[in-house]
Ligand binder design. Structure first.
Ligand code: ADP
Length: 435
């Protein structure tokens, strides 16, 4: 109790000091100017140092005393600063605390358009010194100011959307509504509520891009299939050799569509489960061995040696076996497809640690052409490819690493990509140990 009282006294003290400092603006400039003048008089010898110092102290003392006296008789401010817990005519106590906890920015204007209240979330938008200033000087957003003016003119509430291009592009929805004080006929205050739409817009844009990319990826093989169907119905009808060749290309294109649809479904399934941590305990070496066995025919076809290394007694990790197999498969597939020129792919498992937490490190290294640095941060984006034609020629969908990233996130792991042009690439994933 005593501690609480102490805390409240300290807080009141801080508020008093801050108010005092704010009220003191004029006096402050006066004292600083006096200090400079007396210093110059002392330095030039026009006044003795002691006399200058005593005169300055006297003047400053009088100015401070006046500021304190003004503070005692000053009227209660009707504005409340966002972080101010002192009572105010506009909002106080629990109401103020509630307004300041709102995630959305909210501010109130008087009939003259001056800011009389702003909650904590409004501070970054209208600034710390907005109280008492006209809204147009606190927030330089023309469409919002126009909407506020319209509401002030006709008293009809409005909702508008606007964007702020700098410093980073942000989108807002603003709701402006007049508030009629009880008994008063005309609105005396105007509430402005700002809701940040930036994230929602970004997700919307990403979704639109994704659908556009996915349909484009599907449209190309589909167009090729339709073209060959027409050819087979037309002049290739009686040409068995051409028919065989075209059917082979058609099977290829159908395979491309199938892989793309499988990857799209896989991605959406993983996204749906991303917030649910997997419950099983998995032996990652078992997963890696199974995948490596499955890769043997391709590795032999490319003349690549796949080497798996792991120490004995590697701890199990908490995970979903099928998804972990997808991670190893996608990384090893890429190493084989893009790094086959290096003739060697190394898959290693080692115990590791991150922030004191035991982890298992999975590394897939190839000795192929490598990836230029500027591409590395974007490789896990959907449909991002360093060389789209090369990816398609190798049966790539552009979704493999996006799937890997989502699975790693679901497993609370981390993915790191390192590469040197001409040296090869290493894809490293850290998975937390089970338990
Ligand atoms: P894709 O289906 O095109 O392989 P991924 O998401 O798996 O899609 O990979 C994205 C891109 O990253 C690939 O198109 C390729 O350009 C590059 N990439 C991935 N792994 C490697 C690697 N081991 N070596 C060189 N480039 C790679």
């Amino acid at each position: 109790m005593a501690a609480a009282n102490d805390g409240s006294r300290r807080r009141q003290g801080r508020v008093w000091l801050r108010d005092f400092w704010a009220r003191w603006t004029g006096t402050r400039s006066f004292v600083v100017t006096a200090a400079v003048i007396f210093l110059m008089l002392a330095l030039t010898g026009a006044l003795h140092v002691t006399a200058a110092f005593v005169s300055f102290l006297l003047l400053a003392g009088v100015a401070v005393a006046r500021a304190i006296a003004m503070g005692e008789t000053a009227p209660i401010r009707i504005q409340s600063r966002a972080d101010d817990r002192a009572p105010s005519a506009f909002a106080a106590g629990p109401a103020l605390a509630i307004l300041n906890r709102l995630p959305d920015a909210l501010f109130v204007l008087d009939g003259g358009g001056r800011v009389v209240f702003g909650n904590s979330a409004a501070e970054p938008l209208i600034g710390k010194t907005a109280l008492g200033r006209h809204v147009a000087t606190a927030l330089r957003v023309a469409p919002l100011i126009a909407a506020i003016e319209s509401v002030m003119r006709d008293g009809v509430a409005r909702t508008i959307e606007y964007e702020m291009p700098v410093p980073v592009e942000r989108h807002f929805s603003a709701f402006v509504v007049p508030i009629e004080a009880e008994g008063a006929g005309d609105p005396s205050l105007y509430l402005v509520l700002l809701h940040d739409l930036t994230d929602a817009k970004r997700v919307e844009a990403m979704r639109a891009d994704f659908v556009a990319f996915a349909s484009h990826e599907l449209k190309t093989p589909l167009a090729s299939l339709s073209g060959f169907i027409d050819t087979l119905r037309g002049h290739a009808r009686d040409d068995p050799e051409a028919r065989e060749k075209f059917l082979e290309i058609m099977a290829d294109q159908a395979g491309r569509m199938r892989r793309l649809i499988e990857d799209l479904l896989s991605l959406s399934r993983i996204e749906l489960r991303e917030h649910m941590r997997p419950a099983d305990e998995v032996d990652l070496l078992g997963v890696v061995s199974d995948v490596a066995d499955g890769l043997t025919p391709t590795a032999e076809q490319y003349g690549v040696e796949v080497i798996v290394t792991a120490p004995a007694g590697l701890p199990r990790i908490r995970g979903d076996r099928e998804e972990l197999a997808q991670v190893v498969q996608n990384l090893a597939d890429n190493a084989l497809r893009y790094g086959r020129a290096g003739k060697r792919v190394e898959i290693s498992l080692t115990p590791d640690e991150k922030l004191g937490r035991p982890m298992v490190r999975l590394s897939v290294r190839d000795f192929g052409p490598g990836i230029a640095k500027e591409h590395l941060p974007r490789l896990t984006e959907r449909f991002y490819r360093v060389d789209a034609a090369a990816s398609r020629a190798r049966g790539g969908t552009g979704l493999g690493l996006a799937i890997v990233k989502h699975i790693v996130n679901r497993h609370q792991g981390t993915l790191q990509i390192e590469s040197e042009i001409g040296q090869g690439s290493v894809f490293t994933v850290l998975f937390p140990v089970a338990g």
